[in-house]
Design a protein around this ligand. Sequence first.
Ligand SMILES: Nc1ncnc2c1ncn2[C@@H]1O[C@H](COP(=O)(O)OP(=O)(O)OP(=O)(O)O)[C@@H](O)[C@H]1O
Ligand SMILES: [Mg+2]
Length: 270
Amino acid sequence: MLELHHLRKTFHPGTPNEVRALRGVSLTIDEGSFVVVIGTNGSGKSTLLNSVAGTFLVDEGRIQLAGKDVTRWPEHRRAKHIGRVFQNPFTGSAPNLTIAENLALAARRGQSRGLGWALRRAELAQLRDQVREMGLGMEDRLSNVIGSLSGGQRQSLTLLMAGLQRPDLLLLDEHTAALDPKSADQVIRLTESLIRKHRLTTMMVTHSMQQAASLGDRLIMMVRGEMRYDFRGEAKRRLTPDAILAKFEEVRRIDQLDESAASLLRRRYV
Ligand SMILES: Nc1ncnc2c1ncn2[C@@H]1O[C@H](COP(=O)(O)OP(=O)(O)OP(=O)(O)O)[C@@H](O)[C@H]1O
Ligand SMILES: [Mg+2]
């Protein structure tokens, strides 16, 4: 379970570049829940995920993961509990190591180094089966370096590695945005099956209305550093891509209204 209490994050405070990226976000995510996060560019989606991962510390608020208060924990300490996949396929795996070596590192994570990270024959066979299950034909290429793989294959592998660690939380930040449609579909199918298989608690950011409608059991929409909508249960199941687009349109209208009201006020007082 993940609990966020009144998170606030301002970048470049007190300067002309000040950005209030999170303005008091509170959210409780049940264990095993798959939450999709949407919102316009700059609305704070990545800042929310980065705050949870510990990329930086929040200015205010509390973050509780699997019963532990991790608010002041550095990123590397949280990483033992959190799996992440980013937009860029080049992050998340070591390009000069082979597929097998990358998988071994992931499987060994959190264990003592004394064990060594070379793969035993039985483990290799097990990993090969898991790679075969992905259906991308990589099972016979385990000794190839990661750098030789396509973007979609790399993202799939990064996901598999995150699954091997059985993290308390999986964070996906537009992890299919840089892929061609066919690879994106494959990676989404793998995402769904891994989340279901391991019952991973997940937050996934996407700009795809299709993904937002069809994936997950909850959908939240960020607007200007706040959580504006939260659909769950039946309300989430009923959402269509068109209905989500209509919400975006509604948000845009309200914000324009705010802006014109603000400019009216400005005119009155200058
Ligand atoms: N490390 C940073 N330093 C300074 N400003 C930042 C930093 N990270 C984010 N911001 C700013 O905070 C705001 C929220 O950014 P964030 O990346 O969270 O948006 P987002 O919703 O993920 O957008 P996108 O859909 O474009 O990925 C933006 O105005 C952004 O410029
Ligand atoms: Mg982002």
